[in-house]
Design a protein around this ligand. Structure first.
Ligand SMILES: Cc1cc2nc3c(=O)[nH]c(=O)nc-3n(C[C@H](O)[C@H](O)[C@H](O)COP(=O)(O)OP(=O)(O)OC[C@H]3O[C@@H](n4cnc5c(N)ncnc54)[C@H](O)[C@@H]3O)c2cc1C
Length: 448
């Protein structure tokens, strides 16, 4: 059985370790989480004049940002048709504009850095070998939303394609090189997990093993929101995991691709590697043999290829497919959150940095209502009910049998592909010795 390895993004990087918090301090803004969302938000706020501190449990880029496939694109699987139907064409247009602007912001920011971070403009494609009806609807909605795009029948892919939807002028990059190039100049404490959060009248106290940070404003960028109440994010978020292999001797010179059929794959070049992704499933469900399946697909497409690396990652999924970016809850005007990126958190971390820094500094921003976590979810009642069903099932099973998650007590399921115990309710994961691997669980669990 094959298991996970570090991603290719970590290979060339030997960043110096940052200090661990060893005293109490105060700041304007504390950002919890040193992934792309946290670091970019901290950078935007510091550039706007705020005194910002980032608290990171492990080291920056240790989370999902270090395991992504790093396409920077406004093409977020199928979204524009549904978004336009549910929330109207104006919201779909704003969603598109926010994400197209994010690609330009990457390009502009990277120009100021000492490295180009592998940033390359290229087209992004959705492809199908089916009827093409869903792509035609998506094309019309994307065009109406102002995205430069086209339907095409011919691609460079070695798989059968009946129709593809191309978005022009998208991009790809090396995410960890970018993260480490953006972070210098920020005050970041690594090896500093936030263990308790106490909100007072004027400040919030964030307790870590080495000291307490007292902050006027807190940004929750820890991937999954850490505080259960208020916010109640666990009722409207779940996590999905998927698998990536890095191939040598396989090549696609031009675009980035994502299949919309059930057996669809993700493709992009990264230097000498071709990244092939797939096998997505709700965390906690049995993935079968995802690496073996991907490798077998790769060998049929490029018989000479060699699998150089394999890894997996997971991301938070919202019930209406739009991230939750904004005020944490109506009762906490000094807390902010960025989560629910639905496997598109490269572009939407940049959107989050812009929206959150505008909210915190009071600058006008047309995108705030689009991502507002307090928006109406009435068009997504079916998905909300589904989330509740999963939680009820996991909790009931946890009551009567099996190993339980330290988050809310749901029964954990064994993921043989990863060698981990995974929670089907909210996506926490644990090593075989009970050490917590993924939030929202903040504590280890007893697996005996
Ligand atoms: C297989 C796969 C492929 C993907 N490919 C793409 C892609 O091509 N394009 C795209 O746009 N998106 C992609 N994504 C999504 C993208 O990788 C994520 O949305 C993004 O990396 C999330 O960034 P983040 O900063 O929110 O989270 P993270 O990178 O996970 O950062 C959160 C940080 O918070 C820290 N933390 C957690 N708890 C605490 C605590 N208590 N105290 C202190 N720190 C804490 C963690 O250690 C971590 O470093 C992909 C996702 C998957 C699963």
């Amino acid at each position: 059985m094959m298991t996970t390895q570090p991603s290719i993004w970590t290979d060339p990087l030997r960043p110096a370790a940052r200090p661990t918090l060893g005293r109490n301090l105060s700041c304007d803004v504390a950002v919890i989480g040193g992934g792309l969302a946290g670091i970019l938000t901290a950078r935007f706020l510091q550039d706007a004049g705020a005194d910002v501190v980032v608290l990171e449990k492990h080291h920056i880029g240790a989370g999902e940002t270090g395991r992504t496939t790093a396409k920077i694109t406004a093409q977020h699987d199928l979204i524009y048709h549904t978004l336009s139907q549910r929330r109207g064409p104006v919201t779909a247009r704003l969603y598109a504009q926010a994400n197209l602007a994010a690609i330009d912001q990457y390009e502009a920011l990277i120009r100021t850095l000492p490295t180009d971070c592998g940033f390359t403009r290229c087209p992004a494609y959705l492809y199908t070998n089916g009827s093409g009806h869903r792509l035609q609807l998506e094309f019309l909605a994307a065009k109406q939303a102002g995205i430069p795009c086209a339907l095409v029948r011919k691609t460079e892919l070695p798989v059968p394609v009946t129709l593809a939807l191309r978005f022009d002028q998208q991009a790809r990059f090396q995410p960890l090189e970018f993260l480490h190039a953006v972070a210098p100049g920020l005050t970041v404490y690594e090896g500093t997990p936030v263990e308790r959060i106490r909100r007072g009248t004027r400040h919030t106290r964030l307790e870590t093993p080495g000291g307490t940070v007292s902050a006027r404003v807190v940004v929750f960028a820890a991937h999954y929101p850490l505080v259960t109440v208020p916010g109640w994010y666990f009722t409207r978020l779940h996590q999905e995991r998927s698998y990536v292999i890095a191939l040598q001797n396989a090549f696609l010179p031009y675009g980035m691709y994502l299949g919309i059929d059930p057996d669809g794959l993700s493709f992009r070049m990264a230097g000498d590697y071709l990244l092939l992704g797939g096998g997505g499933h709700r965390t906690g469900e049995d993935p079968g043999h995802p690496y073996e399946v991907l490798e077998a697909r790769a060998k049929t497409l490029w018989p000479q290829c060699r699998v150089a690396r394999r890894w997996s990652a997971q991301d938070c999924m919202t019930v209406d497919n739009v991230p939750y970016i904004g005020q944490y809850a109506p009762s906490t005007p000094d807390w902010f959150v960025a989560t629910g990126f639905r496997k598109w958190g490269m572009t939407t971390s940049m959107v989050a940095a812009q929206v959150l820094s505008d909210l915190i500094t009071g600058a006008p921003d047309p995108y705030i209502p689009v991502f507002d976590p307090a928006r109406s979810l009435k068009g997504s009642v079916g998905n909300l009910m589904n989330e509740m069903g999963h939680a009820a099932k996991g909790l009931t099973r946890g009551l009567f049998q099996g190993r339980r998650c330290s988050h809310m007590g749901c029964r954990l399921e064994w993921n043989a592909a990863e060698g981990s115990w995974d929670c089907p309710c909210h996506g926490s994961r644990f090593a075989p010795d009970g050490t917590v691997l993924n939030d929202p669980a903040m504590e280890d669990t007893n697996l005996e």
